[in-house]
Design a protein around this ligand. Structure first.
Ligand code: URA
Length: 313
């Protein structure tokens, strides 16, 4: 369902005092300047649509399970086993948590080091992009997979001479299963069009192929687990030019610790293990949407990329 956005904006109370309303819901703290009779008036129950709009504005835009979990509920204390009672064990400061609900086997997350090792092994053995994709569909070492809707593998032409790599899919990409199809993707399309490219002449992927819930930043561990897959993807596509979009993919792939302001626009070597590829970082289109003044520098980077793709004369 398409939720209305912006229809239930925060507004001051009708007396112009405290903010009593946000996204159409009444907060329970009453405005201190309200006449006492109004402060006691029952608050109308929000409609389902208002409630969803409130969640959406608060950044909650996906459901992670069918059953809600009340995390504020006091856990039941676990009774000590009968045999242990005479030992008079020191009482815990807080009651022990109740047993965790059973987790489906497919959602058990592998220990980080084991997950990284198994991602490396799986990626190394994938002979083609189709095999790599199939491996990633069955890979269980990254918890992001269980909250994402779809694997976002790649888009564009695997024969392309240039490959663009972003950070992680967002909401639109998660729904479509394709990278850069939302607002920042539209800008990326315009950026590459400015140097005569499109999705038939470029290849596009992300370091992380599953959307982090609520678009949160991927953890360093999630990045490490997913890294072997994008590295293998780069090796299989084997482009002449690799372009990292934004800081996270630049740091993950090009091994630099510098921020994007310093790392962008410089040619670096990317070693696939079988070949050295020319690599360059530029700003992420999502950043350019927020800070359009950096488009000028991005244009310089794009011209450098276009020049590198020109056949040698
Ligand atoms: N941002 C990214 O880094 N990748 C996408 O696919 C979309 C937005």
């Amino acid at each position: 369902m398409e939720l209305p956005s912006g229809r239930f904006r925060a507004a001051p109370c009708r007396f112009g005092h405290d903010r009593l309303r946000k996204t159409g819901l009444h907060f329970s703290a009453p405005c201190s300047k309200l006449p006492p009779i109004m402060a006691l008036m029952p608050e109308p129950t929000p409609t389902l649509q208002q409630l969803l709009a409130f969640y959406l504005e608060a950044g909650v835009d996906c459901a992670l399970g069918d059953e809600p979990i009340n995390r504020l509920e006091e856990p039941e204390p676990v009774p000590a086993p009968a045999a242990a009672r005479p030992m008079a064990a020191p009482s815990p400061l807080r009651p022990l948590p109740a047993a965790m609900p059973a987790v489906p086997r497919s959602e058990i997350t592998v220990a980080p080091d084991a997950a990284i090792a198994s991602a490396r092994e799986a990626a190394r053995t994938a002979p083609t992009l189709a095999d790599l994709r199939a491996l990633m569909e069955t890979f269980d070492g990254c918890a992001l997979k269980h909250t994402a809707t779809k694997l976002v593998f790649a888009d564009g032409n695997p024969e392309a001479r240039v490959m663009f790599v972003g950070e992680a899919p967002g909401r639109d990409e998660d729904i479509e299963g394709l990278p850069f199809v939302g607002r920042s993707g539209k800008l990326l399309d315009r950026m590459i069009a400015s140097i005569g490219l499109d999705r038939r002449s470029a290849y596009i992927a992300n370091v992380i192929p599953w959307r982090p819930p609520g678009n949160r930043t991927p953890t360093p561990q999630e990045t490490q687990v997913c890294l072997p897959f994008i590295q293998r993807q780069i090796e299989l596509v084997n482009p002449d030019v690799l372009v990292t979009l934004g800081n996270p993919s630049t740091q993950a792939l090009l091994g630099t610790r510098e921020g994007i302001m310093r790392s962008r626009g410089k040619w670096l070597d990317y070693d696939t293990g079988t070949r050295t590829i020319r690599a360059i970082a530029t700003f992420h289109p999502a950043y350019l949407l927020r800070s359009p003044s950096y488009k000028r520098l991005t244009w310089q980077d794009l011209r450098a990329i276009a020049k590198a793709l020109q056949p040698a004369t």
